[in-house]
Design a binder for this molecule. Structure first.
Ligand SMILES: Cc1cc2nc3c(=O)[nH]c(=O)nc-3n(C[C@H](O)[C@H](O)[C@H](O)COP(=O)(O)OP(=O)(O)OC[C@H]3O[C@@H](n4cnc5c(N)ncnc54)[C@H](O)[C@@H]3O)c2cc1C
Length: 432
Protein backbone atom coordinates (compact mmCIF):
# COMPACT_ATOMS: atom_id res chain seq x y z
CA UNK A 1 0.00 0.00 0.00
CA UNK A 2 1.36 3.44 -0.92
CA UNK A 3 2.55 5.83 1.79
CA UNK A 4 3.27 8.64 -0.70
CA UNK A 5 2.46 12.11 0.68
CA UNK A 6 1.03 15.02 -1.28
CA UNK A 7 0.10 18.66 -0.78
CA UNK A 8 0.07 20.80 2.33
CA UNK A 9 1.76 19.45 5.45
CA UNK A 10 -0.50 21.39 7.83
CA UNK A 11 -2.89 19.31 9.97
CA UNK A 12 -6.20 18.48 8.28
CA UNK A 13 -5.35 20.61 5.23
CA UNK A 14 -5.52 17.47 3.08
CA UNK A 15 -7.51 14.21 3.31
CA UNK A 16 -5.83 11.51 5.46
CA UNK A 17 -4.73 9.45 2.42
CA UNK A 18 -2.70 12.48 1.17
CA UNK A 19 -0.59 12.35 4.35
CA UNK A 20 0.84 8.87 3.77
CA UNK A 21 -1.78 6.99 5.78
CA UNK A 22 -2.96 3.77 4.14
CA UNK A 23 -6.44 3.57 2.65
CA UNK A 24 -8.25 0.67 0.96
CA UNK A 25 -9.94 3.02 -1.51
CA UNK A 26 -7.18 4.74 -3.46
CA UNK A 27 -4.91 3.30 -6.16
CA UNK A 28 -2.08 4.73 -8.28
CA UNK A 29 -4.56 6.17 -10.78
CA UNK A 30 -6.22 8.21 -7.99
CA UNK A 31 -2.82 9.47 -6.83
CA UNK A 32 -1.94 10.40 -10.41
CA UNK A 33 -5.29 12.15 -10.90
CA UNK A 34 -4.96 14.34 -7.77
CA UNK A 35 -1.56 15.53 -9.00
CA UNK A 36 -2.77 16.29 -12.53
CA UNK A 37 -5.94 18.10 -11.47
CA UNK A 38 -4.07 20.14 -8.86
CA UNK A 39 -1.61 21.24 -11.52
CA UNK A 40 -4.44 21.97 -13.96
CA UNK A 41 -6.08 24.24 -11.37
CA UNK A 42 -2.76 26.02 -10.66
CA UNK A 43 -2.19 26.61 -14.38
CA UNK A 44 -5.68 27.59 -15.50
CA UNK A 45 -7.81 29.08 -12.73
CA UNK A 46 -7.94 32.88 -12.54
CA UNK A 47 -10.73 33.50 -10.01
CA UNK A 48 -10.04 37.19 -9.35
CA UNK A 49 -9.84 38.02 -13.05
CA UNK A 50 -13.03 36.09 -13.82
CA UNK A 51 -14.95 37.59 -10.91
CA UNK A 52 -13.98 41.08 -12.05
CA UNK A 53 -15.23 40.23 -15.57
CA UNK A 54 -18.39 38.62 -14.12
CA UNK A 55 -17.92 35.33 -16.01
CA UNK A 56 -15.57 32.50 -16.82
CA UNK A 57 -14.52 32.90 -20.49
CA UNK A 58 -16.05 30.46 -23.00
CA UNK A 59 -12.50 29.39 -24.07
CA UNK A 60 -11.88 28.07 -20.55
CA UNK A 61 -14.96 25.87 -20.76
CA UNK A 62 -13.84 24.56 -24.16
CA UNK A 63 -10.39 23.90 -22.70
CA UNK A 64 -12.01 21.90 -19.89
CA UNK A 65 -13.56 19.66 -22.56
CA UNK A 66 -10.28 19.33 -24.48
CA UNK A 67 -8.27 18.59 -21.33
CA UNK A 68 -10.66 15.84 -20.30
CA UNK A 69 -12.56 17.41 -17.42
CA UNK A 70 -16.04 17.77 -18.89
CA UNK A 71 -16.96 14.24 -19.86
CA UNK A 72 -16.02 12.67 -16.48
CA UNK A 73 -17.92 15.45 -14.68
CA UNK A 74 -21.02 14.69 -16.75
CA UNK A 75 -20.57 10.96 -16.14
CA UNK A 76 -20.03 10.98 -12.36
CA UNK A 77 -18.83 7.69 -10.96
CA UNK A 78 -19.10 5.49 -14.05
CA UNK A 79 -18.26 6.30 -17.64
CA UNK A 80 -20.81 4.94 -20.11
CA UNK A 81 -19.27 2.89 -22.92
CA UNK A 82 -20.61 5.25 -25.61
CA UNK A 83 -18.57 8.10 -24.07
CA UNK A 84 -15.25 6.21 -24.10
CA UNK A 85 -13.97 8.27 -27.03
CA UNK A 86 -13.84 11.58 -25.11
CA UNK A 87 -10.62 12.69 -23.41
CA UNK A 88 -10.17 12.06 -19.68
CA UNK A 89 -7.85 14.17 -17.59
CA UNK A 90 -4.64 12.43 -16.58
CA UNK A 91 -5.22 9.77 -19.25
CA UNK A 92 -7.24 7.64 -16.80
CA UNK A 93 -8.76 4.66 -18.65
CA UNK A 94 -12.54 5.05 -18.98
CA UNK A 95 -13.16 1.49 -17.78
CA UNK A 96 -11.15 2.22 -14.61
CA UNK A 97 -12.94 5.46 -13.72
CA UNK A 98 -14.85 5.02 -10.44
CA UNK A 99 -16.51 7.04 -7.68
CA UNK A 100 -13.13 7.80 -6.11
CA UNK A 101 -11.80 9.33 -9.35
CA UNK A 102 -14.94 11.46 -9.38
CA UNK A 103 -14.35 12.42 -5.72
CA UNK A 104 -10.66 13.25 -6.28
CA UNK A 105 -11.32 15.42 -9.31
CA UNK A 106 -14.07 17.41 -7.56
CA UNK A 107 -11.99 17.74 -4.41
CA UNK A 108 -9.09 19.20 -6.36
CA UNK A 109 -11.32 21.40 -8.52
CA UNK A 110 -12.89 22.89 -5.39
CA UNK A 111 -9.44 24.09 -4.38
CA UNK A 112 -9.71 26.29 -7.46
CA UNK A 113 -12.81 28.06 -6.10
CA UNK A 114 -14.62 29.66 -9.02
CA UNK A 115 -13.88 27.01 -11.64
CA UNK A 116 -16.25 24.51 -10.03
CA UNK A 117 -19.22 26.89 -10.41
CA UNK A 118 -19.25 26.53 -14.21
CA UNK A 119 -19.75 22.77 -14.01
CA UNK A 120 -22.86 22.79 -11.82
CA UNK A 121 -25.38 22.76 -14.69
CA UNK A 122 -23.48 19.95 -16.40
CA UNK A 123 -23.16 17.72 -13.35
CA UNK A 124 -26.86 17.92 -12.50
CA UNK A 125 -28.30 18.45 -16.00
CA UNK A 126 -26.51 15.72 -17.99
CA UNK A 127 -27.44 12.62 -15.89
CA UNK A 128 -31.20 12.68 -16.68
CA UNK A 129 -30.38 12.71 -20.40
CA UNK A 130 -27.83 9.91 -20.08
CA UNK A 131 -30.13 7.77 -17.96
CA UNK A 132 -33.54 8.38 -19.48
CA UNK A 133 -33.43 10.09 -22.91
CA UNK A 134 -33.95 8.07 -26.10
CA UNK A 135 -30.81 6.92 -27.96
CA UNK A 136 -31.73 9.34 -30.73
CA UNK A 137 -31.95 12.36 -28.43
CA UNK A 138 -28.73 11.35 -26.66
CA UNK A 139 -26.78 11.04 -29.88
CA UNK A 140 -28.03 14.44 -30.99
CA UNK A 141 -27.39 16.35 -27.73
CA UNK A 142 -24.54 14.68 -25.86
CA UNK A 143 -21.77 15.34 -28.42
CA UNK A 144 -22.60 19.07 -28.23
CA UNK A 145 -22.53 18.99 -24.43
CA UNK A 146 -19.45 16.81 -23.95
CA UNK A 147 -17.41 18.81 -26.46
CA UNK A 148 -18.14 21.97 -24.44
CA UNK A 149 -19.77 23.57 -27.47
CA UNK A 150 -23.17 23.76 -25.73
CA UNK A 151 -24.07 24.00 -22.06
CA UNK A 152 -26.92 22.68 -20.00
CA UNK A 153 -28.61 23.30 -16.67
CA UNK A 154 -31.22 21.57 -14.55
CA UNK A 155 -34.42 23.58 -14.14
CA UNK A 156 -36.70 22.14 -11.49
CA UNK A 157 -37.35 24.80 -8.83
CA UNK A 158 -40.08 27.40 -9.28
CA UNK A 159 -41.05 30.45 -7.21
CA UNK A 160 -43.86 28.41 -5.64
CA UNK A 161 -42.27 24.92 -5.65
CA UNK A 162 -38.82 24.21 -4.22
CA UNK A 163 -38.72 21.44 -1.62
CA UNK A 164 -42.26 20.61 -2.69
CA UNK A 165 -41.26 19.26 -6.12
CA UNK A 166 -44.57 17.43 -6.57
CA UNK A 167 -46.31 20.78 -6.95
CA UNK A 168 -44.46 22.09 -9.99
CA UNK A 169 -46.78 24.30 -12.03
CA UNK A 170 -44.90 24.88 -15.33
CA UNK A 171 -47.16 23.25 -17.90
CA UNK A 172 -46.29 21.49 -21.15
CA UNK A 173 -49.44 20.88 -23.19
CA UNK A 174 -49.18 18.60 -26.20
CA UNK A 175 -50.47 20.13 -29.45
CA UNK A 176 -53.44 18.47 -31.21
CA UNK A 177 -51.12 17.15 -33.97
CA UNK A 178 -48.74 15.69 -31.34
CA UNK A 179 -45.73 17.54 -32.79
CA UNK A 180 -44.85 19.86 -29.94
CA UNK A 181 -45.49 20.87 -26.33
CA UNK A 182 -46.58 24.41 -25.46
CA UNK A 183 -44.62 25.36 -22.34
CA UNK A 184 -45.73 28.06 -19.88
CA UNK A 185 -44.33 28.86 -16.45
CA UNK A 186 -41.32 30.03 -14.47
CA UNK A 187 -38.13 28.52 -13.03
CA UNK A 188 -36.12 30.15 -10.25
CA UNK A 189 -32.53 29.86 -8.92
CA UNK A 190 -31.31 27.86 -11.91
CA UNK A 191 -27.53 27.58 -11.60
CA UNK A 192 -25.65 28.33 -14.85
CA UNK A 193 -29.02 29.13 -16.48
CA UNK A 194 -28.01 32.36 -18.17
CA UNK A 195 -25.18 30.78 -20.16
CA UNK A 196 -26.96 27.50 -20.87
CA UNK A 197 -28.05 26.45 -24.35
CA UNK A 198 -30.40 23.78 -22.99
CA UNK A 199 -32.58 23.46 -19.91
CA UNK A 200 -33.35 20.02 -18.62
CA UNK A 201 -36.69 21.11 -17.20
CA UNK A 202 -39.32 19.48 -15.01
CA UNK A 203 -42.76 20.25 -16.46
CA UNK A 204 -46.34 19.19 -15.88
CA UNK A 205 -47.64 17.15 -18.82
CA UNK A 206 -50.42 15.49 -16.85
CA UNK A 207 -52.67 15.99 -13.83
CA UNK A 208 -51.74 17.13 -10.32
CA UNK A 209 -49.09 15.45 -8.14
CA UNK A 210 -45.95 13.46 -8.91
CA UNK A 211 -47.52 11.32 -11.69
CA UNK A 212 -48.16 14.39 -13.85
CA UNK A 213 -44.49 15.41 -14.05
CA UNK A 214 -42.14 14.89 -17.01
CA UNK A 215 -38.71 16.05 -18.13
CA UNK A 216 -38.32 18.13 -21.27
CA UNK A 217 -35.10 19.32 -22.89
CA UNK A 218 -35.71 22.92 -23.88
CA UNK A 219 -33.57 24.87 -26.32
CA UNK A 220 -32.85 28.20 -24.60
CA UNK A 221 -33.11 30.13 -27.90
CA UNK A 222 -36.70 29.20 -28.71
CA UNK A 223 -39.07 32.18 -28.91
CA UNK A 224 -40.89 32.94 -25.63
CA UNK A 225 -37.97 32.26 -23.25
CA UNK A 226 -36.59 34.97 -21.03
CA UNK A 227 -33.64 34.73 -18.65
CA UNK A 228 -32.44 37.16 -16.02
CA UNK A 229 -29.67 36.83 -13.50
CA UNK A 230 -30.51 36.61 -9.79
CA UNK A 231 -27.93 38.24 -7.56
CA UNK A 232 -26.97 35.94 -4.70
CA UNK A 233 -24.48 36.52 -1.87
CA UNK A 234 -21.80 34.11 -3.00
CA UNK A 235 -20.97 32.17 -6.14
CA UNK A 236 -20.99 35.19 -8.43
CA UNK A 237 -19.84 33.07 -11.34
CA UNK A 238 -22.50 30.39 -11.00
CA UNK A 239 -24.99 32.61 -12.86
CA UNK A 240 -28.11 31.87 -10.82
CA UNK A 241 -31.03 32.56 -13.15
CA UNK A 242 -34.76 33.27 -13.29
CA UNK A 243 -36.37 31.80 -16.41
CA UNK A 244 -39.81 32.46 -17.84
CA UNK A 245 -41.52 30.40 -20.53
CA UNK A 246 -44.35 31.99 -22.48
CA UNK A 247 -46.04 29.81 -25.09
CA UNK A 248 -42.73 28.14 -25.94
CA UNK A 249 -43.12 25.48 -28.66
CA UNK A 250 -40.87 22.52 -27.80
CA UNK A 251 -40.76 19.59 -30.28
CA UNK A 252 -42.09 16.37 -28.71
CA UNK A 253 -38.81 14.57 -29.61
CA UNK A 254 -37.27 16.61 -26.77
CA UNK A 255 -39.20 14.67 -24.12
CA UNK A 256 -36.76 12.84 -21.82
CA UNK A 257 -38.03 9.35 -21.04
CA UNK A 258 -41.73 8.69 -20.82
CA UNK A 259 -44.44 11.16 -19.89
CA UNK A 260 -45.13 10.95 -16.16
CA UNK A 261 -41.61 9.69 -15.30
CA UNK A 262 -40.33 13.10 -14.19
CA UNK A 263 -40.68 12.73 -10.42
CA UNK A 264 -38.78 9.44 -10.40
CA UNK A 265 -36.01 10.97 -12.53
CA UNK A 266 -35.73 13.96 -10.16
CA UNK A 267 -35.45 11.72 -7.11
CA UNK A 268 -32.85 9.37 -8.63
CA UNK A 269 -30.71 12.25 -9.86
CA UNK A 270 -30.22 13.52 -6.31
CA UNK A 271 -27.72 10.91 -5.02
CA UNK A 272 -24.84 12.29 -7.05
CA UNK A 273 -25.89 15.93 -6.68
CA UNK A 274 -25.84 15.58 -2.90
CA UNK A 275 -22.52 13.76 -2.73
CA UNK A 276 -20.99 16.37 -4.96
CA UNK A 277 -22.11 19.04 -2.46
CA UNK A 278 -20.42 16.96 0.27
CA UNK A 279 -17.10 17.08 -1.66
CA UNK A 280 -17.44 20.86 -1.72
CA UNK A 281 -17.99 20.95 2.06
CA UNK A 282 -14.98 18.72 2.70
CA UNK A 283 -12.51 20.73 0.63
CA UNK A 284 -13.94 24.04 1.89
CA UNK A 285 -13.42 22.92 5.49
CA UNK A 286 -9.85 21.77 4.75
CA UNK A 287 -9.01 25.10 3.09
CA UNK A 288 -10.31 26.89 6.20
CA UNK A 289 -8.20 24.68 8.47
CA UNK A 290 -5.10 25.17 6.33
CA UNK A 291 -5.37 28.96 6.46
CA UNK A 292 -6.37 29.04 10.13
CA UNK A 293 -3.40 26.82 11.10
CA UNK A 294 -1.03 28.97 9.07
CA UNK A 295 -2.28 32.03 10.90
CA UNK A 296 -2.44 30.47 14.36
CA UNK A 297 1.21 29.38 14.07
CA UNK A 298 2.47 32.91 13.46
CA UNK A 299 0.00 35.39 14.98
CA UNK A 300 1.12 36.62 18.40
CA UNK A 301 -1.53 37.82 20.83
CA UNK A 302 -0.90 38.66 24.51
CA UNK A 303 2.76 37.68 24.07
CA UNK A 304 2.25 34.21 22.58
CA UNK A 305 1.17 32.64 19.31
CA UNK A 306 -2.48 31.72 18.90
CA UNK A 307 -1.55 28.03 18.64
CA UNK A 308 -0.02 28.24 22.14
CA UNK A 309 -3.50 29.00 23.51
CA UNK A 310 -5.39 25.86 24.62
CA UNK A 311 -8.70 27.45 23.54
CA UNK A 312 -7.45 27.84 19.96
CA UNK A 313 -6.07 24.28 19.88
CA UNK A 314 -9.41 23.07 21.20
CA UNK A 315 -11.26 24.79 18.33
CA UNK A 316 -8.89 23.30 15.74
CA UNK A 317 -9.10 19.83 17.27
CA UNK A 318 -12.90 19.80 17.23
CA UNK A 319 -12.90 21.00 13.61
CA UNK A 320 -10.28 18.42 12.54
CA UNK A 321 -12.14 15.47 14.01
CA UNK A 322 -15.41 16.56 12.42
CA UNK A 323 -13.81 16.86 8.97
CA UNK A 324 -12.07 13.49 9.16
CA UNK A 325 -15.27 11.81 10.36
CA UNK A 326 -17.17 13.34 7.43
CA UNK A 327 -14.42 12.19 5.05
CA UNK A 328 -14.60 8.61 6.35
CA UNK A 329 -18.40 8.47 6.07
CA UNK A 330 -18.26 9.94 2.55
CA UNK A 331 -15.65 7.42 1.39
CA UNK A 332 -17.79 4.60 2.77
CA UNK A 333 -20.82 5.83 0.78
CA UNK A 334 -18.74 6.30 -2.40
CA UNK A 335 -17.49 2.72 -2.01
CA UNK A 336 -21.03 1.42 -1.47
CA UNK A 337 -22.38 3.29 -4.52
CA UNK A 338 -19.51 1.90 -6.62
CA UNK A 339 -20.58 -1.59 -5.63
CA UNK A 340 -24.30 -1.19 -6.24
CA UNK A 341 -26.28 -0.73 -9.44
CA UNK A 342 -27.74 2.73 -10.06
CA UNK A 343 -31.18 1.44 -9.06
CA UNK A 344 -30.01 -0.29 -5.88
CA UNK A 345 -27.91 2.75 -4.94
CA UNK A 346 -30.98 4.95 -5.19
CA UNK A 347 -33.10 2.52 -3.20
CA UNK A 348 -30.60 1.74 -0.45
CA UNK A 349 -28.72 5.02 -0.14
CA UNK A 350 -31.12 7.83 -1.13
CA UNK A 351 -31.88 8.60 2.53
CA UNK A 352 -28.28 8.13 3.65
CA UNK A 353 -26.88 10.53 1.04
CA UNK A 354 -29.52 13.07 2.13
CA UNK A 355 -28.26 12.75 5.73
CA UNK A 356 -24.63 12.84 4.58
CA UNK A 357 -25.36 16.13 2.81
CA UNK A 358 -26.94 17.49 6.01
CA UNK A 359 -23.84 16.53 7.99
CA UNK A 360 -21.62 18.14 5.35
CA UNK A 361 -23.53 21.43 5.69
CA UNK A 362 -23.28 21.30 9.48
CA UNK A 363 -19.56 20.48 9.48
CA UNK A 364 -18.83 23.06 6.76
CA UNK A 365 -20.63 25.77 8.71
CA UNK A 366 -19.09 24.81 12.05
CA UNK A 367 -15.55 24.78 10.68
CA UNK A 368 -15.78 28.05 8.78
CA UNK A 369 -17.33 29.84 11.79
CA UNK A 370 -14.51 28.65 14.08
CA UNK A 371 -11.85 29.56 11.52
CA UNK A 372 -13.31 33.05 11.01
CA UNK A 373 -12.90 33.58 14.78
CA UNK A 374 -9.29 32.34 14.73
CA UNK A 375 -8.49 34.74 11.88
CA UNK A 376 -9.97 37.73 13.76
CA UNK A 377 -10.54 40.71 11.44
CA UNK A 378 -8.84 38.88 8.58
CA UNK A 379 -11.69 36.38 8.53
CA UNK A 380 -14.02 39.15 7.36
CA UNK A 381 -11.63 40.61 4.81
CA UNK A 382 -11.94 39.87 1.10
CA UNK A 383 -8.22 40.17 0.43
CA UNK A 384 -5.10 38.84 2.12
CA UNK A 385 -4.60 35.84 4.37
CA UNK A 386 -8.27 35.51 5.36
CA UNK A 387 -9.65 35.85 1.82
CA UNK A 388 -10.36 32.15 1.20
CA UNK A 389 -12.08 31.78 4.59
CA UNK A 390 -14.10 34.96 4.01
CA UNK A 391 -15.29 33.66 0.62
CA UNK A 392 -16.17 30.24 2.06
CA UNK A 393 -18.09 31.85 4.95
CA UNK A 394 -20.27 33.72 2.42
CA UNK A 395 -20.88 30.59 0.39
CA UNK A 396 -21.44 28.05 3.16
CA UNK A 397 -25.23 28.37 3.10
CA UNK A 398 -24.97 27.02 -0.46
CA UNK A 399 -24.22 23.64 1.14
CA UNK A 400 -27.35 23.80 3.25
CA UNK A 401 -30.30 24.95 1.07
CA UNK A 402 -29.67 23.97 -2.60
CA UNK A 403 -29.81 20.27 -3.48
CA UNK A 404 -32.37 19.70 -0.72
CA UNK A 405 -32.83 21.91 2.31
CA UNK A 406 -31.51 20.64 5.66
CA UNK A 407 -34.86 20.09 7.46
CA UNK A 408 -36.37 18.35 4.45
CA UNK A 409 -33.28 16.11 4.07
CA UNK A 410 -33.35 15.00 7.72
CA UNK A 411 -37.00 14.10 7.38
CA UNK A 412 -36.30 12.22 4.12
CA UNK A 413 -33.40 10.35 5.76
CA UNK A 414 -35.67 9.05 8.52
CA UNK A 415 -38.53 8.14 6.19
CA UNK A 416 -36.17 6.22 3.88
CA UNK A 417 -34.57 4.45 6.87
CA UNK A 418 -38.04 3.35 8.06
CA UNK A 419 -38.93 2.14 4.56
CA UNK A 420 -35.77 -0.01 4.40
CA UNK A 421 -36.36 -1.27 7.92
CA UNK A 422 -39.91 -2.30 7.00
CA UNK A 423 -38.66 -4.11 3.90
CA UNK A 424 -36.01 -5.97 5.93
CA UNK A 425 -38.60 -6.91 8.57
CA UNK A 426 -40.90 -8.32 5.87
CA UNK A 427 -38.07 -10.43 4.42
CA UNK A 428 -36.96 -11.52 7.91
CA UNK A 429 -40.44 -12.57 9.01
CA UNK A 430 -41.07 -14.48 5.78
CA UNK A 431 -37.94 -16.52 6.52
CA UNK A 432 -39.10 -17.51 10.00
C1 LIG B 1 -27.75 29.27 -5.02
C2 LIG B 1 -28.86 28.34 -5.41
C3 LIG B 1 -28.71 27.52 -6.51
C4 LIG B 1 -29.74 26.67 -6.90
N1 LIG B 1 -29.62 25.94 -8.05
C5 LIG B 1 -30.70 25.26 -8.53
C6 LIG B 1 -30.67 24.63 -9.83
O1 LIG B 1 -29.64 24.64 -10.53
N2 LIG B 1 -31.79 24.01 -10.26
C7 LIG B 1 -32.93 23.95 -9.53
O2 LIG B 1 -33.91 23.39 -9.98
N3 LIG B 1 -33.00 24.54 -8.29
C8 LIG B 1 -31.92 25.20 -7.79
N4 LIG B 1 -31.98 25.82 -6.56
C9 LIG B 1 -33.21 25.74 -5.77
C10 LIG B 1 -33.07 24.92 -4.49
O3 LIG B 1 -33.00 23.55 -4.80
C11 LIG B 1 -34.25 25.30 -3.58
O4 LIG B 1 -34.02 26.62 -3.14
C12 LIG B 1 -34.38 24.34 -2.41
O5 LIG B 1 -34.82 23.09 -2.83
C13 LIG B 1 -35.36 24.89 -1.37
O6 LIG B 1 -36.56 25.26 -1.96
P1 LIG B 1 -37.24 26.69 -1.60
O7 LIG B 1 -36.20 27.72 -1.75
O8 LIG B 1 -38.47 26.83 -2.40
O9 LIG B 1 -37.60 26.58 -0.07
P2 LIG B 1 -38.97 25.99 0.53
O10 LIG B 1 -39.32 24.74 -0.15
O11 LIG B 1 -39.98 27.07 0.54
O12 LIG B 1 -38.52 25.65 2.00
C14 LIG B 1 -38.14 26.70 2.92
C15 LIG B 1 -37.78 26.05 4.25
O13 LIG B 1 -38.95 25.49 4.85
C16 LIG B 1 -38.59 24.33 5.59
N5 LIG B 1 -39.36 23.18 5.06
C17 LIG B 1 -40.00 23.10 3.87
N6 LIG B 1 -40.58 21.90 3.73
C18 LIG B 1 -40.32 21.19 4.85
C19 LIG B 1 -40.62 19.87 5.29
N7 LIG B 1 -41.34 19.00 4.55
N8 LIG B 1 -40.13 19.49 6.50
C20 LIG B 1 -39.40 20.32 7.26
N9 LIG B 1 -39.08 21.59 6.88
C21 LIG B 1 -39.53 22.02 5.70
C22 LIG B 1 -37.09 24.14 5.42
O14 LIG B 1 -36.42 24.73 6.52
C23 LIG B 1 -36.79 24.90 4.16
O15 LIG B 1 -35.45 25.37 4.09
C24 LIG B 1 -30.94 26.63 -6.13
C25 LIG B 1 -31.06 27.44 -5.00
C26 LIG B 1 -30.05 28.31 -4.64
C27 LIG B 1 -30.25 29.20 -3.44
Amino acid sequence: MSTETFGSTLPWAEPPWYTGRPSPYYKDSHRHLRKVVRQWVEDNVRTEEWEAAGEVPKEVYLKCAKDGLLMPIAAGRRIPREWYGYPIIGGIKPEEWDGFHDMVSWDELYRGGAISSIFVGLTVGAPPIRQYASAELQSKIMPQILSGEKRISLAITEPSAGSDVRNITTTAEKSADGKHYLVNGEKKWITNGIFSDYFCAAVRTGGPGAEGLSFLLIDRYLPGINCRKIEIGAGKLSATTYITFEDVKVPTEMLIGAEGGGFRFIMSNFNHERIWIVYQALRGARICLEDAFNWALKREVFGQTLISQPVVRHKLGICGKKVDALQAWTEQIVYELDNLTEKEGNRMLGGTTALLKVEAGMVGKYVVDECVKIMGGLGLTKTGQGARIEAISRGVIGLIVPGGSEDVMIDLGVREALKLSKARTAVGSSKL
